[in-house]
Write a protein that binds this ligand. Sequence first.
Ligand code: FAD
Length: 318
Amino acid sequence: MKVTEHIDRAKGKTLFSLEILPPLKGESIQPAFESIERILEFGIPFIDVTWHREEFEYREVEGGLMKRVTIKKRPGTVGICAAIQNRYNIDAIPHVLCGGFTAEETENFLIDLNFLGIDNVMALRGDPVAGERGFTPEKGGHAYSLDLVSQIEAMNEGRYLDESIKYCTPTNFCIGVAGYPEKHIESPCMESDLHFLREKVRRGADYIITQMFFDNRKFFEFEKKLRETGITVPIIPGLKPLATKKQLNALPLKFKVDLPENLVKEVLKAKNDKSVREIGIEWCAEQSRELIKSGVPVIHYYSSGKTENIREVLKEIS
Ligand code: FAD
């Protein structure tokens, strides 16, 4: 079922969703299943599965020379999505990236998803690969997610890339896109970022999921600005319970988000990671309560593969 249909059926009740990562290459899928099973009782209607681009590593070869080797650390997004749908009857949403794909490869990928009975896709540009200074699209690929949205929407209307094919079965994907309450790092200003987000919706995006944030005021301002410009699609806030002291620096560095002063002070006072975890759960539960009260359709939790803390948050707010 489509994300928008889940929201309609909930008739104003806030739903909870989850983002998981595919296991590292060589690892078992079992921990991913256990992560999901830990929170099944809370009635999760859909789960996002991230996509990870290839990375490079330098390995020493004979004669002391170094060789650049391409590695894919987390393959298996499509396989996990199919497994989740079959095993739990929960809608699984693969993340589809511009980075690393030509438009034709994207089309073939979407055909696979359609045949697997996957109704939703999350359309993203992807970050630059490690070592790159800026994002470089694949030759014949898309530079921005809005072009990817256009391609998916064209397939939904039965228009594929090869115009010589006489009849193309229309797909029926529900399309999610990313939004940034604290602005995307590359965007020169908030207005510019919002302009392109509106454009993604105009081209066919059905809902927006936000980057994680730790201060609800940022989300409420962002939501207000989008609504004022006439955007009516669901805006789904993304949350993550802080779990370690290290994340005080790691999260702003990786996700370009601010942590509120009160949260930082509390975490710095904590004696050990157990206390940090408790602070993170309480903070996230408080954020969740306020968001539910404001009437958000879904709260999307970032799990990084671990759902113990998310389970605690859900227990607190249920
Ligand atoms: P875009 O929408 O293309 O925007 C990128 C930047 O370009 C923005 O600054 C925007 O304002 C600007 N822009 C957009 N269109 C134009 C235009 N036509 N001309 C000029 N400027 C333009 N990354 C992964 O690698 N794998 C994942 O699974 C993944 N999942 C994510 C899930 C969520 C909910 C979020 C919020 C992010 C996720 N990311 C993931 C990270 C994401 O790929 C990065 O944040 C990336 O840098 C931007 O992706 P985007 O789709 O927002 O890009």
